[in-house]
Design a binder for this molecule. Structure first.
Ligand SMILES: C[S@@+](CC[C@H](N)C(=O)[O-])C[C@H]1O[C@@H](n2cnc3c(N)ncnc32)[C@H](O)[C@@H]1O
Length: 224
């Protein structure tokens, strides 16, 4: 079954020999890729809505993978059971993701590996997850059509990060590369536009955006 670059990049971060919960599975294409390309994976494809799950069941049946992929209806971590070690959430806003974890803090503590690809508020997600017993093991940028996505792999553990590491990503700062530069060039442009439109009375927000512009320019060696 055909899978896009973004979902493939997510799947490639999953360890062999794991039980994975895909929260917000939609079509279950990621789960199909996982069991077909990794060793000894059991996948649980879960979604809050019945519509996507019907689509998921159809795809799973077509690939004859009913024995390896289970389908569960439910919100967020409500479908988590103790046999699961890896949780994947992608294609949602960062604040929605944080809400999912806040609703089920006890279950969050039981997870070994988290693979998240928030569409926005990535820094907030990193801060929240790392303050709740995880450290960042890997970070990947992936280009899909005109977008560049961040994927973050967390492992249970404790590590402290600087403000710069939370903002840019501790692993991204080591790897850098072409997509890192392009991603932050876009972030810089969007902040410069935002600053032009932000009324002067929003002192704190303007200060924050200016600080971020300064940090991005320093990181990208932009002097003007
Ligand atoms: C944009 S799709 C993303 C699908 C896939 N994960 C991906 O990255 O392509 C978002 C999916 O998340 C589901 N969803 C939204 N909120 C959810 C929640 N709280 N719990 C479980 N699923 C949720 C939606 O029903 C939808 O199928």
């Amino acid at each position: 079954m055909k899978i896009n670059t973004r979902l493939k990049a997510l799947g490639d971060l999953v360890d062999d020999n794991t039980v994975c919960l895909d929260v917000g599975c939609d079509h279950a294409l990621l789960d199909i890729y996982l069991v077909e390309s990794k060793r000894n994976i059991k996948a649980i494809a879960s979604d809050i809505a019945e519509g996507p799950l019907e689509h998921a069941r159809y795809n799973i049946k077509k690939e004859k993978l009913e024995g390896q992929i289970e389908v569960r209806l439910g919100s967020g971590l409500d479908t988590f059971t103790n046999d699961i070690d890896t949780v994947i959430i992608s294609g949602m806003g960062g604040r929605n993701m944080i809400g999912i974890f806040k609703n089920n803090m006890k279950k969050l503590k039981k997870i070994e590996t988290l693979i998240l690809s928030p569409n926005n508020y990535q820094e907030d997600v990193k801060r929240f997850i790392c303050k709740n017993g995880f450290m960042i093991e890997d970070e990947v940028f992936v280009r899909e059509k005109k977008f560049i996505y961040q994927i973050i792999k967390f492992k249970k553990g404790k590590k402290s990060y600087t403000k710069r590491q939370y903002f840019f990503g501790p692993i991204f700062l080591i790897k850098k590369g072409e997509l890192f530069t392009e991603y932050y060039q876009r972030e810089l442009k969007s902040r410069e536009i935002l600053l032009d439109f932000l009324p002067k009375r929003f002192h704190f927000k303007r200060f924050k955006v200016k600080q971020e512009i300064k940090a991005i320019k320093e990181e990208l060696n932009i002097t003007k």
